[in-house]
Design a protein around this ligand. Structure first.
Ligand code: KE4
Length: 428
């Protein structure tokens, strides 16, 4: 019988850190990562047969729950017709039309294989469309691991305390201007000085890579105004929030339309599929029409598109997001009540099926705020919940995700585990 420890030891011999994506290594929380054997509905089962209630959902994609029969069947059906053609298919048009119909700002869209590829491509398109080099991002936001975007980024970079990555040439990083999330004076000052140089502002409308931090409506409106005034493009990175916080993503929540939007996760149904899209006049700058090159062997892969389309059909069912948001709010309220019962300082926030919780007394508004939260308490809570069969994100700088499969009984079981975990924290 194998074990998580044995697999982790073996994995580290041939895979750097034993994982294919750093945040999976449990480095912030310590301990042995769980090697997952299978998953169904709201549950993941590890190689030792332990079952966990899953609040990672593959970092967002698994919004209808694991191994949903309609998604699995769509993949099986597509696979029998071969896995890839490298030629256009009718299903890709169906997906493009579905995204354009669901995302208010998207007039044209291109499918790619990862959120990183989508963000990198949107960035190059903004630079090509405007003829400018400078880009603006915000401390704690993560937009994938393209060089220009690994400057004071979030997610795994924050988890390991190195906000910028080695290997990014200074000559490139100098074009990335990093400001504070939710800070209006800063962005006004920058545009006043350098607005004519700025190709784009890229932002997570609700930041999910430094836990869960809402961009204020006033700040988002100001970003939009300044970009319009100075001929810069506003890019909303909705890889995490898209089809997660609402059917129309954060654009629906805020009632705003960026020039370009980056998407991923939910639209792939768990398969490698992401997208970027926006104003048609901008998108037409892309090869083969325009001078901005972008390509991909497996872009619009038929099996991934089949999974994504099956999931998009499921999330459009009546009441899907009402039920998802209600389950998430119920979980958040229950966690806060449990923490209060045991005298632990604890706050939560959520939108749709995405949430954050903080060992702090106030809701964070930016990266310095979340960096002040009690990471030691977080680590102890993480393991206390894992020991009780609840799998939370193994980093204080990540958001959490609820699926349609997290029914009342699953939420109740989570809250029962949380009561024990908070009691354990209170005992010190
Ligand atoms: P991918 O290249 O990982 O598909 O997407 C990059 C990306 C882009 N934009 C946003 C807002 C994202 O959240 C992500 C990826 N999110 C992380 C979780 N924080 C993926 C998990 C991981 O890196 O293993």
């Amino acid at each position: 019988m194998t074990s998580n420890a044995k697999l982790f030891e073996r994995a580290q011999r041939t895979i750097p850190g034993g994982v294919n994506s750093p945040v999976r290594a449990f480095r912030q929380v310590g301990g042995i990562p769980r090697f997952i054997d299978r998953a169904e509905g709201p549950y993941m089962i590890d190689v030792e047969g332990r079952r966990y209630i899953d609040y990672i959902g593959s970092w967002g994609p698994m919004i209808v729950g694991h191994a949903h029969p309609e998604v699995v069947e769509a993949v099986q059906r597509a696979a029998t017709r071969s896995l890839s053609f490298g030629a256009p298919t009718a299903d890709e048009i169906d997906m493009a039309e579905a995204i354009c119909a669901l995302m208010p700002s998207v007039g044209m869209v291109r499918l790619v294989s990862s959120g990183t590829e989508a963000g990198m491509s949107a960035l190059r398109l903004a630079r090509g469309f405007t003829g400018r080099d400078a880009i603006v991002k915000f401390e704690g936001c993560y937009h994938g691991h393209a060089d220009s975007l690994l400057v004071k980024a979030g997610s795994g970079l924050l988890t390991f305390g190195n906000p910028s990555s080695a290997g990014v040439p200074a000559d490139l990083a100098k074009h990335t201007l990093v400001l504070e999330f939710n800070n209006i004076p800063q962005i006004e000052e920058l545009f006043a000085e350098r607005g004519h140089e700025i190709a784009c502002v890229m932002v997570e409308p609700i930041a999910g890579n430094m836990n869960f931090i809402r961009g204020s409506s006033a700040w988002h409106r100001r970003l939009h105004e300044l970009c319009a005034e100075h001929g810069s493009l506003l890019i909303w990175d909705e890889v995490m929030t898209g089809f997660r916080v609402a059917l129309g993503g954060a654009q629906q929540v805020y009632g705003m339309r960026p020039d370009l939007v980056v998407m991923g996760k939910v639209i792939g149904g768990g398969m490698p599929l992401a997208a970027f899209g926006g104003r048609a006049e901008v998108m037409r700058k892309l090869s083969p029409l325009g001078g901005v090159y972008q390509a991909g062997t497996l872009s619009g892969n038929p099996v991934a598109v089949a999974a994504g389309m099956a999931q998009l059909r499921l999330i459009q069912r009546t009441g899907f997001y009402d039920r998802l948001a209600a389950a998430t709010r119920s979980l958040m309220q229950g966690l806060e009540q449990a923490a209060n019962r045991h005298g632990v300082g604890f706050r939560t926030d959520s939108e749709g099926g995405m949430f954050g919780f903080y060992f702090a007394t106030d809701l964070p508004r930016n990266y310095p705020d979340i960096a002040r939260a009690d990471v030691e308490l977080f680590k102890r809570f993480f393991h206390a919940m894992l020991d009780r069969g609840v799998y939370l994100a193994p980093s204080m700088y990540e958001a959490g995700f609820v699926s349609a499969a997290h029914d009342e009984a699953v939420i109740a079981a989570t809250l029962a585990a949380a009561d024990g975990a908070f009691a354990e924290l209170a005992r010190g």
